[in-house]
Write a protein that binds this ligand. Structure first.
Ligand code: ATP
Ligand code: MG
Length: 259
């Protein structure tokens, strides 16, 4: 069965896009069929997959408004070996334009139904807000991956996100669960990071992935070359960490657990 994950955290700059792009490439490198959906008007996941957002005529925007299908709108990341439903700044308008449409929260889910069987994994990169776009990501997904930096305010933001997930589960998407929490940009020498990480494990237990993503300059550089880190420097700690995350994800069988 297709595993559909929303990669989300309303906090900005925590590594959502880096995780989506590099996890997509890592899963694809093991032969998994992957679709990456860019739900952020910044279009960073699109660019990071080697697709120029400025050249696009059809994007996820047209899919959300019901003007195009995913089949018509998707592109191939040749370098990453996965499909991309791309985004650019057009998407910023979708939020307002969707307000008057019926079932505005489930438009992505409805569009995805037709193509999801072609993929083993669908990874949805959400924007840094609990907006209608994120809500579409949460309704289309079966589970949520939460990248987070182990900082003081991280836990506070997390409780808002967890209550949003609960609300979505209660009203719009009863199958939604927390897939896992991913520690990103981690520096083990930082005492506060270590403390926050301990608190996270105390609270969420096995929901915290054992794979930790270290702070690694190769991960930050790779998007400027329009490629996942795997093809920029395969031996870097960043590339190895995302390969490890992909195998951890593949060993979690997808057995339902309550969030
Ligand atoms: P936004 O909320 O704006 O969408 P985001 O949560 O998607 O941000 P990213 O864009 O993935 O976060 O990362 C923010 C910045 O941190 C980027 O410049 C990225 O290259 C860098 N970065 C992400 N992860 C790492 C890492 N593990 N090591 C070093 N730099 C990283
Ligand atoms: Mg992002």
């Amino acid at each position: 069965m297709t595993r559909i994950l929303a990669i989300t955290n309303q906090k900005g700059g925590v590594g959502k896009t880096t995780t989506t792009v590099n996890l997509a490439a890592s899963l694809a490198s093991t032969g998994q069929r992957v679709l990456l959906i860019d739900l952020d008007p910044q279009g960073n996941a699109t660019m990071g997959s080697g697709i120029d957002k400025r050249d696009l005529e059809i994007t996820v925007y047209h899919v959300l408004l019901g003007q195009k299908t995913i089949e018509e709108a998707h592109q191939r990341s040749e370098i990453g070996k996965y499909d991309v439903l791309p985004a650019n700044r057009d998407l910023a308008g979708a939020e307002i334009e969707m307000v008057d449409l019926l079932q505005r929260e489930t438009r992505l889910r409805d569009a995805l139904k037709i193509v999801e069987n072609r993929y083993d994994y669908v990874l949805i990169d959400c924007p840094p807000a609990l907006s209608l776009l994120t809500l579409n990501g949460l309704c289309a997904a079966k589970s949520v991956m939460i990248p987070m930096q182990c900082e003081y305010y991280a836990l506070e933001g997390l409780s808002d996100l967890v209550s949003t997930i609960r609300r979505v589960r209660a009203s719009l998407n009863p199958v939604l669960e927390i897939e896992g929490l991913l520690r990103t940009m981690f520096d083990p020498r930082n005492t506060l990071a270590q403390q926050v990480s301990d608190q996270l494990i105390a609270h969420f237990g096995s929901k915290v992935y054992s794979t930790v993503i270290p702070r690694n300059v190769r991960l930050a550089e790779a998007p400027s070359y329009g490629m996942p880190v795997l093809y920029h420097d395969k031996n870097s700690k960043g590339a190895q960490a995302y390969l490890a995350l992909a195998s951890e994800l593949m060993t979690i069988s997808g057995v339902p657990e309550s969030a």
